[in-house]
Design a protein. Structure first.
Length: 286
């Protein structure tokens, strides 16, 4: 990502301008899979409200599991389609897909496989951290800890989260290269991205936080308490479904912002020749 003398906040503003220059482009790049993802999310929330205050039986858990699986499949499809389309837009200035096109070819399959592998590696690392925490920290001592200890724990959690984001965005540049049809070369892009990696991390962190932090506090301070005491009266159901819809829209916008940020970084490395050792796959991979 070439800074062009801009501050991190300036680059964040530039990201928002590009994404919202044509808001319909966000929906077009997500495509029809996003509609199915939204439908599954709304149905999942609707069924969850019906069981508030009741313990779901085995059939209900099986139903929830199936709906959740459908949600994950279509959401992954929409997200990868969006990343691929935004990458193509940043590289060429042309829209590579229409709303009704599947937009999921060989490049997207390959990128999805790499993303799943990274997810499992991240999950293993998280389990190791949780196991280490359980071994080193006594639960009774944790309950009696003062505010200073909790602030230290919070600072440590934030540091781990930022480090995880840093790793994610550096690997994400390699993922955008895969979506562009290049042969997988994550280690080369990792090394090439070193001069801009922390700046890119800051841009992604701020751009995502602008939307997600307010939603987090609204969810925790307002919607969380409201949902635990709500009934299945029509107004309550309507508000809950509208909140689910709003959160899904925010999620889709965040994916678009991430896609543009990573695609710009990939373009900058390609133009600067820092990733010149990465060979481009011949032919159209779609």
């Amino acid at each position: 990502m070439a800074s062009n003398g801009q501050s991190i906040l300036g680059e964040v503003v530039s990201l928002f301008r590009e994404v919202f220059a044509a808001p319909e482009r966000i929906a077009r790049f997500l495509g029809m899979p996003a509609v199915f993802s939204l439908a599954a999310a709304l149905f999942f929330q609707f069924r969850s409200i019906q069981y508030l205050g009741h313990e779901p039986g085995q059939e209900q858990w099986a139903e929830f599991g199936f709906i959740f699986l459908v949600l994950v499949v279509f959401q992954t499809w929409a997200h990868m389609r969006s990343l691929s389309a935004w990458g193509g837009w940043v590289r060429t200035g042309q829209e590579p897909v229409t709303f009704l096109q599947p937009g999921f070819g060989r490049n997207e399959w390959a990128a999805t496989g790499w993303q799943i592998l990274y997810f499992f590696m991240l999950l293993i690392a998280l389990m190791v951290l949780m196991f280490g925490r359980a071994m080193l920290v006594d639960s009774t001592a944790e309950e009696q800890a003062g505010p200073g200890v909790w602030l230290a724990i919070l600072a440590g959690a934030l540091a781990v989260g930022i480090l995880a984001l840093h790793v994610t965005v550096r690997l994400g540049i390699g993922l955008m290269a895969v979506l562009a049809g290049e042969t997988p070369a994550f280690s080369r892009y990792w090394r090439a991205a070193e001069p801009l990696a922390w700046r890119l991390t800051g841009v992604v962190l701020v751009s995502q936080a602008v939307l997600q932090v307010p939603c987090f506090f609204i969810n925790r301070l307002v919607m969380g308490d409201w949902l635990t005491t709500s009934t299945t009266a029509p107004p309550d159901v309507a508000v809950s479904l509208l909140w689910t819809l709003a959160m899904a829209v925010v999620n889709f916008i965040c994916v678009a912002l991430l896609g543009v940020a990573l695609a710009r970084a990939h373009r900058a490395l390609s133009q600067d020749g820092r990733a010149g050792a990465v060979t481009v796959a011949a032919g159209d991979a779609r």
